[in-house]
Design a protein around this ligand. Structure first.
Ligand code: GP9
Ligand code: MN
Length: 405
């Protein structure tokens, strides 16, 4: 039965933060355009390589947006699919395997399903084979009405590189799909070009590679730069088509692109050794929320992908008080500065805990482990409760009650 859910329910209720009154419903009825940025880590933002900006478009775009500079990915082995799972369910992914494969027939209460119940058309757009990461199956459980996949795009040799259709062409062709959708819509677009091994055509190379012992890191910069150019094109096209003002645009990095195998080269780029502390801080990915007519702001609250679901629903004026979820509204005044990564590392306002060592964020040096001790239990509980929900398919016993006020 669902009795296991009682403890979890109590825990979740205790962690509930009430929404920020000023922003609750601020984007009510607007289209939502959610963009997953492949392998995009936060360290590229406002940063240069060989004297040139890596993300000139995003550096401008964040000035008119909410930009969260301490936002962490929380993915595991399920990579992009884990990020989709976390962002739309406010649950943690599993420590092994990908939920998209292992628990695709579970009952969920995901953002697309909730928005569908609130009159939205829900679609995911990604120019890859529909069965990759088991998306075609899992998307049904998440409440997607339509998946625009490989067969919905004109993919040819000339417009492809690396894993498939180039981002700029993907965005350009996606405009037609957006225009054809019933409004309001929730559309998730998943980019692809900035994927390992970071291949790019010469004509798309706006900056030169970095120079280090890691070709992976070297080639990462031109593909991030290309993605930035593709985003610039997309936003311009949204403006041209009159879709910009009626939409909130949310961009987030899905997971790291540069693994620990490249620590030496990364250390050279950063100008400091990649210690476990630095490595944890490198798990930050950009989160950018653009709301038409809203002034930009850089927010430094410690947060994670798990927080996106309640944040978005509250912006749309949808209550989440009854939801079983582990994230909280990033705009809430009571939001706790705390984020847990899937490997059990956690980050607070002042500390980073990883590999059983507590680091002081100010110095980046190990400090007294007792300072991290108060959060250890909470970090463990979060992951265990979330795992229980997934392994026991516990949301079966839960009735969704989301409704627009
Ligand atoms: C595949 C794309 C990349 O469709 O989402 O997946 P990843 O390897 O990053 O998980
Ligand atoms: Mn990915």
């Amino acid at each position: 039965d669902g009795s296991e859910l009682a403890d979890i329910d109590n825990y979740v209720r205790a962690g509930y933060n009430k929404p920020n009154e000023k922003l609750f419903g601020r984007a009510k009825g607007k289209n939502v355009i959610l963009i997953s940025l492949e392998s995009t880590q936060n360290f590229v933002i406002n940063q240069k390589v060989n004297g040139q900006e890596i993300t000139p478009f995003l550096n401008e775009f964040i000035k008119d947006s909410y930009y969260f500079e301490n936002f962490y990915h929380q993915t595991g082995q399920g990579k992009t699919s884990d990020s989709e799972f976390i962002v739309e369910n406010s649950l943690y992914p599993l420590s092994r395997g990908a939920v998209f494969f292992t628990h695709s027939s579970n009952e969920f209460n995901a953002t697309p399903e909730i928005l569908k119940q609130n009159g939205y058309f829900t679609a995911s757009l990604h120019a890859n084979n529909k069965s990759f990461w088991n998306r075609d199956i899992m998307y049904k459980s998440l409440g997607y009405e339509r998946f625009y996949s490989m067969t919905d795009y004109d993919i040819r040799e000339e417009n492809s590189v690396g894993w498939g259709l180039k981002d700029k062409d993907f965005f350009e062709q996606s405009i037609q799909h957006l225009k054809a959708m019933p409004k309001p819509y929730y559309a998730k677009l998943i980019t692809l070009t900035n994927h390992f091994p970071f291949e790019i055509h010469e004509e798309d190379k706006f900056i030169e590679p970095y120079d280090s012992s890691s070709n992976t890191l070297n080639n990462y910069f031109p593909t991030v730069r290309y993605q930035d150019e593709a985003l610039k094109h997309f936003v311009q096209r949204l403006k041209d088509e009159g879709l910009y003002e009626n939409s909130i645009i949310i961009l987030y990095g899905d997971h790291y692109g540069i693994s620990e195998n490249h620590n030496k080269a990364m250390g050279q780029f950063l100008g400091s050794e990649v210690t476990p502390f630095v490595s944890t801080q490198l798990q930050r990915v950009p989160l950018i929320i653009h709301i038409p007519g809203q002034k930009g702001k850089t927010v430094s609250t410690v947060s994670g992908q798990i927080d996106l679901k309640p944040t978005l629903l509250h912006l749309l004026g949808i209550d989440t008080k009854q939801d079983i979820e582990f994230g909280s509204d990033l705009f809430s005044k009571d939001k706790m500065e705390f984020t847990v990564l899937r490997d059990g590392s956690f980050i607070t306002k002042d500390y980073v805990y990883t590999r059983e060592i507590c680091y002081d964020k100010k110095t980046g040096e190990p400090t007294d482990n007792n300072l991290c001790e108060p959060y250890l239990e909470k970090a463990k509980n979060e992951l265990e409760f979330s795992d229980k929900i997934i392994y026991g398919d516990l949301l079966r016993f839960y009735e969704d009650t989301n409704a627009i006020k």
